[in-house]
Design a protein around this ligand. Structure first.
Ligand code: GLY
Ligand code: MN
Length: 292
């Protein structure tokens, strides 16, 4: 009752149409309560300050993220070996093995709903049902991360039971080239908006080479790559951060280009976690092998 201002986080919209998501109503409820206490209180939004603080990680935070990554990689790597992979019949069997490995490895569990998506399921970006049968010869996207000491890992690998055909290999190689291009851009001072725009163009060239699009426009590219390449990573898999603020040393990001072709039942995503350094980029997910 004595104060004039309260600093908190702004209320998000109740429903986000593009994502078909309802947001958590807790913040709106909190602000309602504050206003009921004293209607003339001025409510200040400190989201941007929190974002700026959270996007730059201290060494102790990077160590926790590294541990979450190591638990994830140690669990995921053996599951993606052909002999082991070929024994799984359903998507959820892989999910269950991941859960076991994360808990036994010292993690508190999954940092977010795990995605194990075979064939055209991989074209649903946040497919979390993980109920379908695994089909040999179809790509399987595994997008998972353990949580350790409240910090998240976020790794995606695209694997197959059997051998990829030429088309699948070409789509995979294109996604990997886009990821390497993204790595080459990440330095202090870079603006995320400009980074995403450059990648969109580069991805457009790859999609054209794959005969998926004829012209490189935002609409054309987003038809096959409908999400951002990078997000902040930390206390949340999609951590708080200021996307309008230039990158600085200590910023931890997920780098996850994907190509999704529903008409061909092909979905590919490759996701690694990196920390921006003064001079060079450090890839934190090196222990998790790449390739199909
Ligand atoms: N790993 C899921 C996501 O980044 O949305
Ligand atoms: Mn991610």
């Amino acid at each position: 009752n004595k104060v004039k201002h309260i600093a908190t986080l702004a209320v998000p919209p109740a429903y986000i149409e593009q994502l078909d998501f309802y947001t958590n109503p807790a913040r709106a409820e909190l602000i309602k309560k504050i206003k009921q206490t004293k209607s003339e209180l001025e409510i200040l939004d400190i989201s941007q300050h929190i974002g700026r603080l959270r996007m730059v990680k201290q060494p102790i935070e990077i160590a926790a993220i590294q541990k979450a990554i190591d638990i994830t990689a140690k669990t995921l790597k053996p599951l993606t070996k052909q002999k082991k992979l070929a024994k799984f019949k359903y998507e959820y069997e892989i999910e269950a093995e991941l859960n076991k490995g994360f808990r036994l490895g010292g993690g508190s569990g999954h940092a977010f709903d795990p995605i194990v998506a075979c064939g055209s399921n991989a074209c649903t970006i946040h497919y979390v049902a993980n109920n379908d049968q695994l089909t040999a010869g179809d790509f399987i996207i595994i997008d998972v991360g353990a949580e350790y000491d409240h910090y998240a890992a976020d790794i995606t690998r695209t694997v197959i039971i059997g051998q990829p055909n030429r088309r699948q290999q070409a789509v995979y190689d294109a996604a990997e080239e886009v990821q390497n291009y993204a790595f080459s851009l990440l330095k202090p001072g870079v603006l995320m908006r400009e980074y995403e725009e450059k990648i969109e163009k580069y991805m457009g060239e790859k999609l054209r080479e794959l005969n998926l699009i004829k012209t490189i426009t935002h609409e054309d590219v987003r038809k096959y790559f409908p999400h951002a390449t990078s997000h902040f990573l930390g206390l949340n898999a999609h951590d708080a951060g200021d996307y309008n603020h230039p990158l600085e040393p200590g910023v931890v990001l997920a780098v996850e280009p994907g190509i999704y072709i529903p008409e061909e039942g092909i979905g590919v995503r490759i996701e690694d976690n990196v920390v921006i350094g003064q001079k060079s980029l450090k890839i934190l997910t090196k222990k998790m092998p790449k390739g199909i």
